[in-house]
Design a protein around this ligand. Structure first.
Ligand code: 13P
Ligand code: SF4
Length: 323
């Protein structure tokens, strides 16, 4: 039996013969595994990870890893991307049910019809989509490189942008280009309340408001800074402000506080009093499930080879275009 010892509680007590952190570290060594975690994971998962990052950073790590086993503490489309890049490696996801509302908002059969209705369009898809959608895309992008990628496409080339309409609108604003948008959205980022954020801005005039581009335009128009999770983290460190209202999944605040303990971070509130700004999919993963996945080497990602090969092409293009 294991006693779960959180990092801050670690002690040399002889009454704690083994702890989950040590057990995971042992498995990491014996499996030659790497743990890649997204910022929206529980703090204790972030604390045991070898690398914590946004979707682009995680894909780059997955593309370059020498490990035999990738333990992906994130959601299904992220682990699936790691598997597309590493067909011969074992890719574990602590909970296979950890999906994504945004990816689910773009069913492959409907998207195929949408694409067929715009035959001369290039398809740029946000990485938050299934392997089937990736296989129908020309280039993948993430929130940190979407503007850069669309800017590299000739201006006379019409583009479909899928599946996130809010990121798509933001890219349109930043590039001054028309994009044909698939009308998908994320349940977490669309839940932020503009009304409550406006109240907070008045209560905390010293705070900067920073937001993820998946948020609704009514929220983004109040933002002092808009960026991917990594960009928000880095902005909060570099800015001279001492307080921030943060409109993205609050898991990122764990890293923000670790890197700037004296600064004040306020999670942006949702429309209800529930914790709806926590991603229910990301939070399905737990440290215990992560340990069991490593111990049992399951659940793991599998996908048909034809889909994998077709989905690899636009991901590789993104990695090349991102530098
Ligand atoms: P990034 O971490 O790439 O900004 O993405 C946020 C997100 O919603 C992931 O699901
Ligand atoms: Fe998907 Fe939104 Fe959760 Fe990210 S935060 S995994 S986009 S549901």
């Amino acid at each position: 039996m294991f006693t779960i010892v959180r990092p801050e509680q670690k002690s040399s007590s002889p009454f704690l013969p083994y702890d989950l952190f040590a057990a995971i570290n042992d498995l990491k060594r014996s499996l030659n595994a790497v743990i890649l975690a997204h910022y929206y994971q529980d703090p204790e998962i972030q604390d045991i990870a070898d690398y914590i990052g946004d979707s682009l950073g995680l894909s780059q790590q997955a593309a370059g890893t020498k490990a035999d086993v990738i333990v992906f503490a994130g959601v299904h489309f992220m682990a699936e991307t790691a598997k597309i890049l590493n067909p011969d490696k074992l890719v574990l996801l602590p909970d296979l049910e950890a999906g994504c509302s945004l990816a689910d908002s773009c069913p492959p059969e409907e998207f195929a019809k949408f694409k067929a209705a715009h035959p001369d369009h290039l398809v740029v898809s946000y990485i938050n989509c299934s392997a089937e959608i990736k296989a129908m895309s020309d280039i993948i992008c993430t929130s940190s490189n979407a503007v850069k990628i669309v800017s590299q496409i000739p201006r006379d080339q019409p583009i479909i942008f899928a599946p996130d309409r809010n990121l798509g609108r933001y890219v349109m604003e930043q590039t001054g280009r028309e994009l044909v948008l698939w009308q998908g959205s994320c349940i977490v980022h669309e839940t932020f309340s503009e009304k409550k954020i406006a109240q907070l801005l008045i209560e905390h005039p010293e705070a900067e408001f920073i937001a993820h581009p998946e948020c609704e335009p009514s929220v983004l128009r109040h933002a002092n800074y808009i960026g991917s999770t990594t960009a928000l983290l880095s902005y909060s460190q570099k800015s001279s402000s001492q307080a921030f209202i943060v409109a993205t999944e609050p898991g990122i605040i764990h890293q923000m506080r670790k890197e700037a303990p004296s600064k004040h971070f306020i999670p942006a509130p949702g429309n209800n009093s529930c914790a709806c700004n926590e991603c229910p999919h990301m939070r399905l993963n737990t440290l215990e499930k992560l340990y069991l996945a490593m111990k049992n080497q399951t659940p793991s990602l599998t996908l048909p080879e034809d889909i994998r090969v077709a989905a690899l092409r636009p991901i590789s293009r993104m990695l090349e275009m991102s530098g």
